[in-house]
Design a protein around this ligand. Structure first.
Ligand code: ARG
Length: 586
């Protein structure tokens, strides 16, 4: 298009954006003739006609057509789509080109607090963050996963004293690995009701902050036990975070004093009502008063914001990150805006670097309030997942799974479907929107759900098995001798297009690479969900209208099997990047 513009109107117009958009009249339309007509003071239709005549796209498109006030309609050639689809079939990256500008990206996510149960909010940031990290990695960036665990601060005086009271080997201490919230609540109860305990907790905190060796040793054990709990949760959720990705708040401890000193020295932080505060420009509270970001409390203690400022310095200076994505609840939006603003004023975030808060909306119960159990408590993660798996077993009955699977396989499939459904529900809603936690909607074979997409992949695999079984019948061979043969043969031959549903499916499959790139840019996994759902729906139409195993000719049958294979690749890879397990059979 660029060449046609220059050839028609000269190099001065080479900067014009071709404005190519998807269209409902053709595959794409180029709208460049409209602004160009204005610049040239010529009727846009005339400009469009000239461009269309000069466009050298015969390999890719049918003859361009001019319509409306000056749109150039572009319709891709079927053989071009088929050739691209066939090429994609043999490409492990499914047409995605590695980015020409690889970046080092810190993706911070999960970040629960030690000795508190992860709640569904943390669950969502964990799942969404994990998808963002995998996608950026697949796009060719260097990703540093960073779990900013809350392992420091005022509650630790009380938690340590409570651990000492109950004894490390006790059943009460065991709660740290099974029900950390209960451990926290027990400590909290004593702190609120037993003045002697309160006093001990306070002085313990002072010793912790002063670096007392014995106190640090107990703190370390508390943190270690907590890591064990997290490890277990991540494994069960099939989240890629490891122990090595944990860089908790305590990690930045040694940087805090220096961070604050620099802010004072540069005149960014000043004393206000005993505390040290920064007042980043542009943030005002009631009556237009500048809004403070407290970086040292009046008792001399550093806080959450100080740690975040130190973490920014570490990520830029030590990790050399070009971009940092903070996958954290949207209720912390103001905190991050202020922290980033202060860090920019201090010169800690270089001009080209991108620091962004990928906001995560709240998970709400059916009544529209924060999700609670019937008893009014925050639901425990483990219980939630168990319920998901039980319900998955229920819908597997719909496809009569029990009659086809042994008990162990049924368990494994139910686990994959239950976990997949919960994860997919978190991912498929726009991440900053709150979402209603609704079992019936998420564990269903209908709609944009995890089970629907998982089932779509299993269905394609079963088509291949039936193809193998058919061939074995003809050849008088054992079925497993031919396992995978039909799929492999179809992949080798590739795709030809003969019918509209094939074309629509193939064309959509070709956008997989662009989808990944876009998702890396916007950090919005729900767009990938919408895309995969569209692919699965186009597949359903194709499968209903174009017989595959009973196709009229052998060549048609092979080509359609190839299209099935590419659909499977895209769905399985897409779900894989999202962290949704893909069972082979369902
Ligand atoms: N631990 C915090 C919480 O549970 C989230 C940490 C978010 N990350 C950060 N860099 N402040 O609310």
């Amino acid at each position: 298009m660029h060449d046609a513009i220059v050839a028609s109107f000269g190099p001065d117009y080479g900067d014009a954006d071709p404005l190519i958009r998807p269209s409902s009249f053709a595959d794409f339309q180029a709208n460049v003739a409209l602004p160009l007509g204005k610049r040239l003071r010529r009727p846009p239709r005339e400009v469009a006609a000239e461009l269309a005549a000069r466009l050298d796209v015969a390999d890719i498109c049918a003859d361009p057509e001019v319509s409306g006030p000056g749109f150039i309609n572009l319709t891709l050639r079927d053989d071009w789509i088929a050739a691209q689809a066939s090429r994609m079939l043999g490409d492990p990256r499914l047409g995605l080109e590695l980015t020409g500008h690889p970046q080092t990206v810190v993706v911070e996510y999960s970040s629960p607090n030690v000795a508190k149960e992860m709640h569904v909010g943390h669950l969502r940031t964990t799942i969404v963050g994990d998808a963002i990290a995998s996608v950026l990695e697949f796009a060719g960036h260097r990703v540093i996963r960073d779990n900013h665990v809350g392992d420091w601060g005022t509650p630790f005086g009380m938690l340590i004293e409570h651990l000492l009271d109950v004894g490390e080997e006790s059943a009460d201490a065991e709660l740290l690995t099974t029900d950390p919230n209960a451990f926290y609540q027990a400590a909290r109860y004593k702190f609120d009701n037993d003045p002697a305990f309160t006093e001990r907790a306070r002085s313990r905190l002072v010793r912790l902050q002063a670096g007392d060796q014995d106190t640090l040793a107990i703190w370390q054990r508390l943190v270690d036990i907590s890591r064990g709990y997290l490890h277990q949760v991540y494994t069960r959720l099939r989240v890629s975070l490891t122990d090595d990705d944990i860089r908790g708040e305590s990690f930045y401890n040694d940087l805090l004093a220096d961070t604050v000193a620099i802010l004072v020295e540069r005149g960014i932080a000043t004393e206000s009502e005993g505390a040290l505060c920064a007042f980043p420009s542009g943030f005002t509270g009631r009556e237009g008063k500048p809004l403070p970001l407290i970086i040292r409390k009046s008792d001399g203690g550093y806080n959450y914001a100080t740690t975040d400022l130190a973490a920014i310095r570490y990520r830029v200076d030590k990790l050399s990150c070009d971009r940092a994505v903070y996958v954290v609840g949207s209720e912390q939006a103001l905190h991050f805006q202020m922290v980033f603003a202060v860090a920019r004023e201090a010169g800690w975030i270089p001009d080209g670097a991108r620091f962004e808060h990928a906001q995560i909306g709240m998970v709400l119960g059916e009544d529209g309030n924060r999700l609670k159990t019937r008893e009014g408590e925050t639901p425990k993660l483990a219980g939630l997942l168990t319920e998901g798996i039980d319900r998955a077993r229920g819908i597997l009955d719909e496809v009569d799974a029990a009659s086809r699977f042994g008990p162990a396989e049924l368990d494994a499939v139910a686990e994959a479907v239950g976990i997949g459904a919960v994860k997919y529900a978190d991912l498929s809603t726009a991440r900053e929107s709150a979402y209603l936690f609704d079992w019936d909607r998420m564990i269903s074979f209908r709609g944009n759900t995890g089970p629907y997409l998982q089932y779509a992949t299993a269905r394609i695999r079963s088509i291949f098995r039936r193809a193998d079984a058919g061939a074995a019948g003809v050849a008088g061979a054992q079925e497993d001798e031919l396992a995978g043969a039909a799929e492999a043969a179809a992949r080798a031959v590739g795709v030809t297009l003969t019918a509209a549903p094939e074309r629509a499916l193939a064309l959509r499959l070709l956008s997989f690479g662009a989808m990944v790139t876009q998702l890396g840019e916007t950090a919005e996994p729900h767009r990938m969900c919408a895309y995969l759902f569209e692919v699965a729906s186009l597949f359903t139409t194709f499968y209903e209208e174009c017989p595959v195993l009973k196709a009229e000719s052998e060549s048609l049958r092979v080509s359609r099997l190839a299209l099935c294979a590419l659909t499977l690749d895209v769905l399985a890879r897409g779900l894989g990047l999202l962290g949704v397990p893909v069972p082979e059979r369902m």
